[in-house]
Design a protein around this ligand. Structure first.
Ligand SMILES: [Zn+2]
Length: 376
C-alpha cells in the first residue's frame, strides 16, 4: 500500500526543490500545479483529459461544494473522487477564503463564520470543526486548515489579530482532523501561514504552525492584490520560515512568471483558476507570452497556438480555427483553449522539475523570462 503521506526531495538547485509526495491515491511530482475543480469539475474538461495534461492532483472548493450539491450528499454518493470520476489525489481548501470573497452577510467570531450563500441566500456556518467535517465527507486527500484571510491593506494590528486567530483555528483544525478516524489515517493536513507582507508576523505564524505540526505548510494571504513585486519580496523569507522537509504550497498562484519566480524562492505546490478561466475567455498562454485569440491577427493564421507545445489542441487545430470558435462563442473554443492552457502549465512545471534535477534552474528561468516577455 502507498504511504499516507511521504515527501521526498530528489534534488535542489539554489532554493528550488524537486521531489515527490507519495499518497494513498498516487504520487504528486513537485513543483506541482493543481488545476482547480471548483464545483466537482475542472470546467470544460473531462477528468481523463485533465490527467492527460500531466496533472497529478486537483483542487476542490469546500465553499462551493458545501452549498451545492452539499457535503453530506457527496458522502452518500461515495465521496468526491467517485462522484466526479477522478481517482488520484484531491486537495480541498477550507472554505475560509471564499466565504470572505463570495458570500454575503458575514459575521466572524472566535467560533467561526456565519454567512449567507451567494446562490440562494441560505444561512450557513463554517468553523474549524465544520470545515474539517466537510473535507472528510468529501473524502479529501489533502485537507487545509480553516483560516481567515484578511484584506492585505489593513493596519498591522488588524493583520496580527487575524493571524493569531487563524493560529488558534489551526490548532482546532488539527484536533478535529485527528478525530476523523479512518479518513485521518489515510489523508494529510496542511497548516496555512498568514501575516500578509510582514516578516515578523510570518515568522510568528510559521513557528505556531510548526509547533502544532502538519504534513505540509501553505503560504496564505498572498495573490490578493499586492502585486508580483510585493509577493516575491514576501517569498524571499516566507518559505524559509517553514520546515524544509515539508512541502510548501503557495495558494492561489498564479501567472506562469509567478510560478517560475516562486519555485526559484522555494515553493513546491500551486493552484490557480487562471489557465482554465483564461481559456474560457479566449486567452492562451505560450512560451512567448499570453495571446488573445480574439485578436484579428489570428484570423487566417494556419499555425498552432504554440510551436513548442505538445498538447492535442496544438497538434490538431490552427490559430485561425480557434479564433473563429472564440469569436463565435462556440463551447469547443473554451474546451480546446482550456486543454492547451492546462497542458502548457504542466509542461512548464515539467520543465522546471527537469531543470532543478539537472542543476540548471537559473538558466531555465532566464530563458523562460527572455521568451515570455519578448516583445514581438
Ligand atoms: Zn498547446
Amino acid at each position: 500500500m502507498n504511504p499516507r503521506f511521504q515527501f521526498s526531495i530528489h534534488a535542489t538547485d539554489g532554493k528550488a526543490r524537486t521531489g515527490t509526495i507519495q499518497m494513498r491515491r498516487g504520487e504528486i511530482r513537485t513543483p506541482a500545479f493543481m488545476p482547480v475543480g471548483t464545483a466537482a469539475t475542472v470546467k470544460a474538461m473531462k477528468p481523463q483529459d485533465v490527467r492527460a495534461t500531466g496533472a497529478d492532483i486537483l483542487l476542490g472548493n469546500t465553499y462551493h461544494l458545501m452549498l451545492r450539491p452539499g457535503a453530506e450528499r457527496v458522502a452518500r454518493l461515495g465521496g468526491l473522487h467517485k462522484f466526479m470520476n477522478w481517482d488520484r489525489p484531491i486537495l480541498t481548501d477550507s472554505g475560509g477564503y471564499q466565504v470572505m470573497s463570495l458570500s454575503e452577510l458575514r459575521k466572524i467570531t472566535e467560533e467561526g463564520v456565519t454567512f449567507a450563500s451567494h446562490i440562494d441566500g441560505s444561512r450557513h456556518m463554517l468553523s474549524p470543526e465544520r470545515s474539517m467535517e466537510i473535507q472528510r465527507l468529501l473524502g479529501s486527500d489533502i485537507v487545509m486548515c480553516f483560516d481567515e484571510c484578511p484584506k492585505i491593506d489593513q493596519p498591522r494590528d488588524v493583520i496580527a489579530r487575524s493571524m493569531e486567530m487563524s493560529m488558534r483555528w489551526a490548532k482546532r483544525s488539527r484536533a478535529a482532523f485527528d478525530a476523523g478516524g479512518e479518513h485521518a489515517a489515510n489523508s494529510a493536513l496542511f497548516g496555512i501561514q498568514q501575516g500578509a507582507l510582514d516578516e515578523s508576523l510570518r515568522k510568528t505564524s510559521a513557528d505556531a504552525l510548526t509547533e502544532i505540526g502538519f504534513d505540509g505548510y501553505a503560504i496564505g494571504g498572498l495573490a490578493v492584490g499586492e502585486g508580483q513585486e510585493a509577493m516575491f519580496a514576501t517569498l524571499e523569507f516566507a518559505p524559509g520560515q517553514l520546515p524544509a522537509d515539508r512541502p510548501r504550497y503557495l495558494m492561489g498562484v498564479g501567472k506562469p512568471d509567478d510560478l517560475v519566480g516562486a519555485v526559484e524562492r522555494g515553493v513546491d505546490m500551486f493552484d490557480c483558476v487562471l489557465p482554465t478561466r483564461s481559456g474560457r475567455n479566449g486567452q492562451a498562454f505560450t512560451w512567448n507570452g499570453p495571446l488573445n485569440m480574439r485578436n484579428a491577427r489570428h484570423a487566417e493564421d494556419t499555425g498552432p497556438i504554440d510551436e513548442r507545445c505538445k498538447c492535442p489542441t496544438c497538434g490538431t487545430y490552427t490559430r485561425a480555427y480557434l479564433h473563429h470558435l472564440i469569436k463565435a462563442g462556440e463551447m469547443l473554443g473554451a474546451m480546446l483553449l482550456t486543454e492547451h492552457n492546462l497542458s502548457f502549465y504542466q509542461q512548464l512545471m515539467q520543465g522546471m522539475r527537469d531543470a532543478i534535477a539537472e542543476q540548471r534552474f537559473s538558466t531555465f528561468a532566464a530563458d523562460f523570462r527572455r521568451d515570455y516577455f519578448r516583445k514581438e
